[in-house]
Design a protein around this ligand. Structure first.
Ligand code: MF3
Ligand code: CO
Ligand code: CO
Length: 275
């Protein structure tokens, strides 16, 4: 595995992992904070009857109003600002004019480019009261992400992150989606390394200060297998079981990591309403 100073690296995937300095961390802090603010704002809009298209429109406006560009818009032919993944949709759900319904769970994934730096984060939201098994899946998925983040420090490996997530999620009788992973990020949206949400301790890439990446586990109540719908984007569970995802963006520091995408008001997790 080779590592390079990001400042000297071309603006494309090169096979080497880029290591970023303090200026990049400052840029990522700002980009991360803006997506976290967007997720707070969009979460306040989630309710029965609201369309995912309305959330998408608000996300675009909020980004532009704050000097950011939507990274997903026209990315590989995608034509929206956010992804909205409902119930058995694993990821990359496309916003549409169908109203959210009471009992749905929805992941909203926002990526902005602010001053050339990408901010990428997603959270789960409950549409009114939801079934207890959906609440449990959301809690387990959030805890999986927390355990992945806790495994990050220089000298640990990407396999340590994956193992922390997999051991916990499978211990709770859930499954980890294999078809999508976290990714290096920075001036590029999707860069090296891949961050798998399963694996073995000590395997994979050693973590070094200055690495920037996302962790974004997708956890299913049923089997891990997914299929892509005819629109070419929407990934769903093959067994139609419920799926949940949370995503944070982190930078590796000398003694652990900095999470750039915490909610400024501390509302990472939805508060569940009584049915
Ligand atoms: N935000 C997603 C991620 O976490 C990527 C979405 S790509 C899109 O990497 F084109 F579907 F928007
Ligand atoms: Co991501
Ligand atoms: Co994302």
């Amino acid at each position: 595995m080779t590592f390079v100073e990001a400042a000297n690296a071309p603006l494309r995937k090169t096979g080497a992992i880029k290591l970023y300095g303090p200026d990049a961390f400052e840029g990522m802090r700002k980009a991360g904070r803006l997506v976290a603010e967007a997720l707070d704002l969009l979460g306040d809009m989630v309710a029965p009857g609201v369309t995912t298209e309305a959330l998408d429109k608000r996300a675009l406006e909020f980004g532009l109003d704050n000097g950011a560009l939507p990274a997903c818009l026209y990315y590989r032919g995608y034509s929206h600002t956010i992804c909205t993944s409902i119930n058995h949709v694993v990821c990359h759900g496309i916003p549409n004019d169908k109203p959210l319904r009471e009992g749905d769970v929805v992941n909203i994934d926002v990526t902005y480019i602010l001053d050339g730096w990408h901010g990428d984060s997603s959270r789960m939201y409950a549409v009114g009261p939801i079934p207890r098994r959906a609440e449990r899946l959301i809690e387990i998925t959030h805890e999986s992400l927390k355990r992945g983040v806790a495994a990050i420090k220089p000298g640990a490996t990407t396999g340590d992150i994956g193992a922390a997530i997999q051991d916990y999620a499978e211990g709770e009788r859930c499954s980890v989606v294999r078809d999508f992973c976290g990714h290096g990020i920075g001036r590029l949206f999707h860069d090296e390394p891949n961050i798998l949400h399963y694996g073995r301790r000590g395997e994979g890439v050693p973590l070094k200060p200055g690495m920037l990446f996302t962790i974004e586990p997708m956890i299913n109540l049923g089997r891990p297998h997914v299929k892509i719908l005819g629109d070419g984007w929407t990934a769903v569970t093959r067994d139609r079981s419920l799926s949940a995802q949370f995503e944070h963006m982190v930078g590796v520091t000398e003694d652990g990591c900095e999470v750039f995408t915490y909610s400024p008001r501390g509302t990472e997790m939805p508060t569940f309403q009584q049915g």
